[in-house]
Design a protein around this ligand. Structure first.
Ligand code: ATP
Ligand code: MG
Length: 277
């Protein structure tokens, strides 16, 4: 399974040299036109768009599509839930949205620019400036306390939330000086959520953010994520196995066998406090 290690270390990569990259020269007029169009058509508020995106892995002679011909649009401030069985391609989709993985083909438009044309440095800057991630397996830095893991965001981006405030929001104020090895799985997951929220990103990506949490704590996290979208206008994309969470989403994307099965918009999403599972 190549590429896995690289994927999981991406949050560490964000810390490195963000200055180096210049405002890249836009490679073609098509891209320039899209950028201008996106600026003009602000009323559509499209944040990100996939156009025939594929992620292919080759093993020897065999090719395997973790994601095939994905087309989707995510608007600014939306709460999006991605559902699908294990191995369907949910994390792959999330990693592509966050610039943590690169597409094998197709285009990923963000603010009128095509992420698939970005250099590594430009992609690093995209992640640093725009994306907060709650990883499926937390990806905390083991040698740093919960507080220090969250405080790291200050070095990456301006306008971050105070780490104590972010940790308090997930009920971890009392545990903030513990190392990941001294915390339960659920506490590590909440630290990872505090870290992503502290960054106050335009695009908040969460891979099974309630997977290790009991119902009560899970509901608090859902409320927090919904309020990031409703009250702070952040775009939240959450991967989950729990189909009950679809009720709180503005948009539900179902993924199956590496393909987008369907996309459903919900005009009257439920309040997170009304969801039971
Ligand atoms: N680096 C890789 N190399 C080869 N195959 C990979 C790699 N990463 C993912 N895959 C494969 O792509 C498919 C989709 O993986 P993905 O992690 O996106 O699934 P998922 O829907 O998130 O599943 P889960 O719910 O179990 O987390 C899986 O069959 C997986 O084995
Ligand atoms: Mg996954």
């Amino acid at each position: 399974m190549f590429g896995k290690k690289k994927k999981q270390d991406t949050n560490l990569l964000e810390i490195i040299d963000l200055e180096k990259d210049s405002e890249d020269l836009l490679p073609d007029t098509g891209q320039k036109k899209r950028k201008e169009k996106a600026e003009k058509e602000d009323e559509h508020e499209v944040l990100i768009e996939f156009s025939d995106v594929c992620k292919k892995y080759s093993q020897g002679e065999n090719e395997f599509y973790a994601l095939k011909n994905a087309n989707l649009t995510i608007n600014e401030g939306e709460m999006v839930v991605i559902l699908g069985p294990s191995g369907a391609g949910k994390s792959t989709l999330l990693n592509l949205l966050g610039g943590m993985d690169s597409a094998s083909s197709g285009h990923i438009w963000f603010g009128g620019e095509d992420l698939t044309t970005y250099s590594d440095n430009r992609l690093t800057r995209y992640r640093a400036e725009n994306v907060g991630v709650v990883f499926q397996f937390y990806n905390l830095i083991p040698t740093l306390t919960a507080y220090e893991n969250v405080a790291l965001m200050k070095d990456i981006k301006e306008g971050t939330t105070d780490p104590v405030e972010a940790l308090s929001a997930v009920g971890l104020k009392e545990h903030m000086h513990q190392f990941p090895s001294q915390m339960s799985g659920g506490e590590q997951q909440r630290t990872s959520i505090a870290r992503a929220i502290a960054k106050n990103p335009k695009l908040l990506l969460c891979d099974e953010p309630t997977g290790a949490l009991d119902t009560g704590t899970g509901k608090e996290v859902l409320k927090l994520l919904q309020s990031m979208s409703r009250d702070k206008g952040r775009t939240v994309v959450m991967v989950t196995h729990n189909s009950f969470f679809a009720d709180i989403a503005d948009t539900v994307i179902r993924v199956k066998n590496g393909g987008i099965e369907n996309i459903v918009h919900n005009d009257t999403p439920k309040d997170a406090s009304e969801v039971f599972w």
